[in-house]
Write a protein that binds this ligand. Structure first.
Ligand SMILES: CC(=O)SCCNC(=O)CCNC(=O)[C@H](O)C(C)(C)COP(=O)(O)OP(=O)(O)OC[C@H]1O[C@@H](n2cnc3c(N)ncnc32)[C@H](O)[C@@H]1OP(=O)(O)O
Ligand SMILES: O=C([O-])CC(=O)C(=O)O
Length: 454
């Protein structure tokens, strides 16, 4: 674009964005007047009921004498406590991602034979169309691997002759294919970016049919294909913790909404990915790591609580960092006292940090986790507690596995594709009704005026 053209457009958008701001503004008091729940949530954090699901259950409070009393967060996948599931496969020295995929999609834990067969099916489903890496992934590589993943998903639709068939067996086939190829789409997308934009060497390692999803991610990522058992097990747990979180989280609700219009699997998943990458949702894991780096580079003594507190206050007041006023990795739309997934991360992050010589970083994270709720409560009106969410420690864990920052949110997607798939199937089986909430409007009638009279 010539600099003249750019100036013309910039001056138009500068002027008209102010007009948009003025004409789009709705008096916040009208939300109360019309009984509209901002963000579809009550002030105490309870979401508007939008559906029923058997896939997972999230508990954040107890009902005592008709009152909501916040409690430690609890998450059940198909009725099983996430903490027990993780303990179960970790105790058996197994990888959990494939087993929990089976559980979330089909509703029950697999026996050995069912799991072995299911793993074979995932391997069989892991097929990229001929030359897809060359023709799609290597074209216009971007630092934003979520966008590159979305591009790949939408392009895959062109290779599917039954794209519009929303019968369950076809949708399940499409979902299994996406679940098994997401790691390739993300890791190869990163390699293309790293080569073309960062001048690094380009290599494509193929996944190994005998390895688990977590092992294959590390194998495809590393130049020498090498990783330790501990690294792969830690990544596997991280994947399991991110697989599913009810029907109401922003990306799964998007899955439900777009599925309800009758759209195809590729479009549904592209929409869910677009939701997940937002910094208030899955994109927060990148932001947390950037925020902690920013704190380290601006606070003279990161061990000094008062200095860290004062910097966190500046973040909240939009004076520093990305000036959005958010302390990333803290707070949740549902949980108040704790997010069980953050607790599980915390259970092993300290030991991992000691192993990796990152003790001082761990201490800073732990300090932020302790101070942020106090700072947020002081500066904002809090109706329920604020605590660390799943995104708080995940990025730190990935950094200790030497996973590049660009892949943090894509890793969330590689796991959540399973939850989205289960919800898409559940929506198609049960609801079969277009989702269409209502918007109240304070508009008044205006008389139309022809162009010459305006
Ligand atoms: C996988 C996931 O999606 S987990 C969430 C990942 N996102 C983040 O970590 C980003 C930081 N956190 C946030 O932005 C928020 O906590 C959210 C979006 C997750 C939840 O927001 P809400 O549902 O509005 O939470 P809640 O009702 O408890 O918030 C009360 C007030 O505190 C503010 N608040 C909550 N958490 C934070 C935070 N981390 N930083 C700054 N302000 C916060 C809210 O903006 C809200 O203020 P408002 O009424 O002026 O809008
Ligand atoms: O439930 C939410 O709103 C966000 C969340 O934690 C998730 O999707 O994992």
């Amino acid at each position: 674009m010539t600099s003249n053209k750019k100036e013309t457009i910039d001056s138009f958008t500068h002027k008209y964005s102010k007009i948009c701001q003025e004409n789009s503004w709705i008096d916040p008091s009208l939300y109360n007047e019309y009984g509209v729940k901002r963000g579809l949530r009550d002030k105490n954090g309870e979401g508007v009921l939008a559906g029923l699901t058997n896939i997972s259950l999230i508990k954040s409070h107890d009902e005592v004498d008709g009152k909501r009393i916040p409690c430690d967060g609890k998450l059940l996948y198909r009725g099983y406590n996430i903490t027990d599931l993780v303990k179960g496969f970790a105790h058996n020295q197994q990888y959990g991602f494939e087993e929990i995929t089976y559980l979330l999609l089909f509703g029950s834990l697999p026996n050995e034979e069912q799991l072995a067969h299911f793993k074979d099916i995932l391997v069989e489903s892991r097929n990229l169309p001929k030359n897809f890496v060359r023709d799609v992934i290597m074209k216009a590589p971007s630092r934003d691997i979520m966008n590159s993943l979305t591009k790949s998903v939408l392009t895959l639709a062109s290779y599917d002759e039954t794209i519009d068939d929303v019968s369950l067996d076809n949708v399940l086939r499409q979902c299994l294919m996406l679940i098994s190829i997401f790691p390739m789409l993300c890791v190869y997308g990163y390699h293309a970016y790293n080569h073309y934009e960062c001048n690094e060497s380009f290599y494509i390692h193929r996944p190994d049919d005998q390895l688990s999803t977590a092992q294959n991610i590390l194998k495809m990522l590393r130049p020498d294909k090498q990783f330790t058992e501990l690294e792969a097990k830690v990544l596997d747990i991280a994947l399991v913790l991110h697989m599913e979180h009810g029907g109401g989280n922003n990306s799964t609700f998007t899955t439900r909404v777009v599925s309800s219009s009758g759209s195809d699997t590729y479009s549904v998943i592209a929409a869910a990915l677009s939701s997940l990458k937002g910094p208030k949702h899955g994109g927060a894991n990148i932001k947390v790591v950037e925020m902690v780096a920013d704190i380290k580079s601006h606070v003279a003594n990161p061990r000094d609580e008062e200095e860290v507190k004062s910097y966190l206050t500046k973040i909240l007041n939009k004076e520093v960092f990305d000036r959005r006023g958010l302390i990333y990795g803290m707070g949740h739309a549902v949980y108040s006292i704790s997010d069980p997934r953050a607790q599980i991360f915390k259970g092993f992050v300290e030991k991992l940090a000691d192993d990796r010589d990152r003790r001082s970083d761990f201490e800073l994270y732990a300090m932020i986790e302790r101070l942020a709720p106090q700072v947020i409560a002081k500066e904002r009106k809090i109706y329920k507690g604020v605590s660390a969410n799943v995104d708080f420690y995940s990025g730190f864990v990935y950094s200790m596995l030497d996973i590049p920052l660009e892949l943090y949110t894509p890793l969330f997607a590689m796991a959540r594709i399973v939850g989205w798939s289960a919800h898409r199937l559940e929506e198609l089986v049960n609801a079969d009704k277009i989702i269409r909430p209502a918007y109240e409007s304070p508009l008044i009638d205006k008389d139309y005026r022809v162009m010459q009279e305006r």
